[in-house]
Design a protein around this ligand. Structure first.
Ligand code: TRP
Length: 448
């Protein structure tokens, strides 16, 4: 066991509260902004299939692993690793998580700012298109600061009062509005082309880069690979069933992503737009949908409000990792930690905010096949670092801490007879996850 801490650690109020907060972390821009445009760039249905395989074979096992390490050690990612192996380099993995979380928060808040901007655009009936909108530094910076500020305020509110309370109300609302949008989108004339693109796989489109993109997207969308789920796991009660809760979170997250695709692609084809247009995709398609829908303005308004809120329940988990680290390891107050880490994310976010046309340099900077500062950060931290983190975490939890110890932690909640599932999990986390992730990364460096 770990050493004692003076004040009892905060805990989720209930199992359902935890599931909703973890789903809140998972469900966000990753599902509604990143998943559709990545699917569009990688050829549609074949990517969706690869994505689902990655979630089941790798995402769910890593999710369960992170949650059990968190609950066992009751710590942030750095502290959790130190509690298992006080010496050696493993704790660097924890620092990588804190760094990745802060950088992801920085550009995530920029994109989330766009959703706030779209709330305003909808209310004011502004017709400026997406590219004009994001190149305007006045609105761009304003919304970015507002969003990051909101994230800070919720995290200042703490685990139960802040994060859990918000997630409980807002996640179900998002689900219902998506359902309505799907019905509308599917009934548009010309929707069939989109359904075929999205659901009828063309396997010739699967390449090494498709698989990396699918795996990276799985880590991003499920909030894995940098310790967010270790941190959220550290607030779980001993009696909570990690296997079923983790699986429910992954399932809900995947459902929402697939639903977002069902809104976007039929409409996209109905309007004769391009699926491979990159990060602007949903911001270009959605306003079109709303403009054709009866009562579309109100629906659009609600949608962007809910999207901003879904982004908020995710961004707070990105911030929470760094905050938990500073509170546990540096013994700062929660308030100071929150303000400092927000400030760091703000500074990192400035070039991302300027990378959409305002600053020539940050908009055209080129690195490893990506153009623009925001896209580069998203690839390096939002895809590569998470995938690498997932590899190291599965090695750490499967071998260093040991799958046996993790299983003992999972079983400490007396969840009944899960022995078969736990055997499968041990096999996946020790062999399947590291081998597949390793091969995907090798492929990235062009080894094959
Ligand atoms: N999963 C969130 C989304 O889909 C983003 C996110 C929140 C995240 N916390 C994370 C991504 C931790 C990686 C790691 O929008």
């Amino acid at each position: 066991m770990t050493d004692k801490i003076s004040t009892p650690r905060a805990q989720w109020g209930s199992r359902i509260g935890f599931i909703l907060a973890a789903s809140g972390s998972a469900i966000g821009l990753g599902n509604i902004w990143r998943f559709p445009y990545t699917t569009g760039e990688h050829g549609g249905a074949a990517f969706v299939l690869m994505y689902i395989i990655c979630v089941v074979l790798i995402g769910i096992p890593v999710m369960i692993a992170e949650l059990s390490l968190g609950r066992h050690t009751q710590r942030n990612p750095v502290g959790a690793i130190k509690a298992i192996t006080p010496k050696g380099g493993w704790k660097l993995l924890g620092y990588l998580g804190v760094l990745a979380g802060t950088v992801i928060l920085s550009y995530y808040s920029v994109v989330a700012g766009w959703t706030i901007g779209y709330i305003v655009k909808t209310i004011t009936h502004s017709t400026s298109d997406f590219n004009t909108f994001i190149a305007d530094p006045k609105s761009e910076f304003g919304y970015f600061i507002i969003f990051l500020g909101l994230t800070m305020l919720v995290v200042l509110g703490g685990v139960k009062g802040g994060i859990e309370r918000w997630s409980k109300i807002l996640m179900p609302a998002l689900f219902i509005i998506l359902l309505g949008l799907i019905v509308f989108s599917l009934t548009l004339p010309g929707a069939e082309g989109g359904i075929a693109f999205y659901l009828n796989p063309d396997f010739s489109k699967i390449t090494g880069s498709t698989i990396l993109a699918a795996l990276g997207q799985a880590f991003f969308s499920l909030s894995l690979g940098m310790g967010a789920m270790i941190t959220y796991g550290s607030y779980i009660k001993k009696e909570t069933n990690i296997i079923s809760s983790g699986t429910i979170v992954a399932f809900t997250d995947t459902l929402i992503a697939v639903m977002a695709g069902l809104v976007i692609f039929p409409a996209l084809f109905a309007f004769g737009m391009q699926p491979s247009q990159g990060p602007g995709l949903v911001f270009n398609v959605l306003p079109q949908i709303f403009s054709q829908m009866p009562g579309g303005m109100i629906v659009g308004l609600f949608f962007f409000i809910l999207l901003a809120i879904a982004a908020l329940t995710s961004s707070i988990s990105l911030l929470e990792v760094g905050v938990a680290w500073a509170v546990d390891e540096l013994k700062t107050s929660r308030t100071l930690a929150t303000i400092l880490i927000t400030a760091v994310a703000f500074i990192f976010g400035i070039p991302s905010a300027m990378s959409q046309g305002y600053s020539e340099f940050f908009s055209t900077i080129h690195f490893i096949g990506k153009t623009g500062f925001l896209d580069i950060m998203d690839f390096v931290f939002g895809s590569f670092a998470l995938t690498f983190g997932g590899l190291m975490l599965s090695l750490f939890i499967g071998w260093k801490w040991g799958a046996k110890n993790a299983v003992a932690e999972i079983q400490s909640s007396r969840i009944g007879n899960y022995s078969m599932l736990l055997k499968i999990w041990s096999f996946l986390i020790r062999f399947v996850c590291p081998v597949i992730i390793f091969l995907v990364l090798l492929n990235l460096f062009g080894i094959f």
